[in-house]
Design a binder for this molecule. Structure first.
Ligand code: SAJ
Length: 438
């Protein structure tokens, strides 16, 4: 197929990099967003998303005239849907007494509806939003067929999961392997031809529901593997073992790769996607459900660890280091560190959080503008994110800035012996040998 003009619906973390990359590869791209502020920001030369290199490519795409940002779709050769699929905050499902979260598919529904008036014979529509299995055939296809055209014969329809890592999006968009699942083999072929515009990784064709499952399976596997690491941490504390040492020894086995325990699982993918399986098949997803629960409980577990180290939390001054959902990013969405902060505030602790990548932090969490400010006068230091700059802090440097003697490290950043020598009691998550068991 010959693609000269495409329409990308949703200019968020995935849609904007994708639209800009197509535009800088010579395709005319109509970028559509329902949020007027997003459109204004982009058209005024600004950017609403932090991602290394994104500003440069968006500027280049706009300057070339290949990218235009508007509120409504128009006729095009292909339509890409890259809108968010979060879960509902207030609606849950229930299976045998256990509640689970429900995907909010309203943005996908409206994006598909917005395409209908512009859909023409021979067009291609690709859904990229992470979605529950069968969304392409059971939700998107019937909406698009309201146009009077039939998917698979009059127009092509495919699902292609986005698998890029935040922080590496622009590189991975081009280099990663890309799966395209069509409602027919011809639809998959049309999708493969579109992405071949810039994808250098392998492009693999399959059916739409397989492609949807692939994405959910990747992130669910990661979630379950982190859950078992978190459970190993609890076991190690019980048995007087250092889980970090045990994991590194187990990982010497050629077929074992245990992930890292920590304060929980955050971000808008791994802590969300497994629910899409649970929601659509609660009777066969006990393991996935339990893993989600283990990871969601982890912030509470960290609070208990701090409580064990410190006694009561009431009015204790806690210097909380890191609020981001993972190391060296400024993204605080679904962050377990932020969840810990909220739990501590609710428990009456006097929290001062320092997040070097976003010093403004989040509403409801008292913030310190600098590390010095957070540490000064603290009763305890709680390390929640493995930011490089925190890993590089030495015990003596910290000693000079604080009167706190209790330090809790949830991410294995600091060496027990060095910190003990500097006069701190260092408690580490998953370490039964630490002062926790003394
Ligand atoms: N985490 C741990 N222990 C670990 C690894 C991670 O507790 O050993 C935590 C992190 O701190 C973080 C959360 O898990 O809170 C998720 O971080 P991540 O780096 O595993 O994943 P994301 O959400 O940044 O990106 C993932 C990636 N998926 C996989 O690695 C399978 C990425 O490729 C996907 O594109 C992305 O989800 C997505 O958009 O779905």
């Amino acid at each position: 197929m010959n693609f000269q003009k495409i329409c990308v619906l949703g200019l968020g973390y995935i849609g904007l990099p994708t639209a800009s990359t197509f535009a800088t590869h010579g395709i005319q791209v109509i970028g559509v967003d329902v949020n007027r502020r997003v459109i204004e920001t982009l058209n005024n030369g600004g950017i609403h998303i932090h991602e290394p290199g994104l500003r440069t490519i968006v500027e280049a795409a706009l300057k070339s005239g290949n990218l235009t940002v508007v509120a409504q779709p128009e006729e095009a050769d292909a339509f890409l849907i890259a809108v968010p699929t979060p879960f509902y905050g207030d609606k849950t499902g229930e299976f045998e007494g256990e509640t689970y979260k429900l995907a909010d598919m309203r943005a996908v529904t409206s994006a598909a509806e917005a395409i209908v008036p512009y859909l023409r014979k021979g067009n291609l529509v690709v859904l990229e939003s992470t979605s529950p299995p069968r969304t392409t055939v059971d939700l998107v296809k019937p909406i698009l067929e309201r146009s009077g055209l039939k998917a698979g014969s009059d127009f092509h329809l495919a699902y292609s999961p986005e698998r890029v890592l935040p922080g590496q999006i622009l590189r991975e968009l081009i280099e990663n392997a890309r799966v395209i699942g069509g409602v027919t083999p011809e639809s998959a072929q049309a999708g493969a031809e579109l992405y071949a515009t810039f994808v250098k990784g392998k492009i693999i064709q399959t059916d739409a529901t397989t492609a949807e499952m692939v994405k959910l399976m990747e992130n669910t596997t990661r979630d379950v593997n982190i859950a078992i690491a978190n459970e190993f941490a609890r076991l190690a504390e019980r048995f007087g073992v250092d889980v970090w040492e045990a994991i590194s020894l187990a990982n010497l086995h050629p077929r074992i790769n245990i992930l890292s325990p920590g304060p929980g699982v955050g971000g808008h993918c791994i802590s969300v996607d497994p629910w899409f399986f649970v929601e659509t098949a609660p009777d066969v997803t006990q393991l996935i459900y339990t893993a989600r629960k283990v990871n969601d409980e982890q912030p509470h577990y960290v609070m208990l660890l701090l409580q064990k180290a410190l006694g009561s939390l009431k009015d204790k001054k806690i210097a909380l280091l890191g609020l981001a959902y993972k190391p060296d990013v400024d993204d605080l969405r679904e962050s377990p560190a932020a969840e810990v902060a909220h739990l501590l505030v609710d428990a009456g602790a006097d929290v001062r959080a320092f997040e070097p990548f976003k010093v403004d932090g989040l509403p409801g969490i008292p913030m310190a503008a600098t590390l010095e400010e957070a540490l000064k006068g603290a009763d305890a230091i709680l390390l929640l994110v493995r930011h490089t700059q925190f890993c590089e802090l030495s015990a003596s440097e910290v000693d000079a800035l604080t009167s706190a003697r209790v330090v809790v490290d949830t991410v294995n950043a600091w060496d027990q012996a060095t910190w003990q020598q500097a006069g701190f009691s260092l408690f580490r998550l998953g370490v039964g040998k630490s002062p926790v068991s003394a």
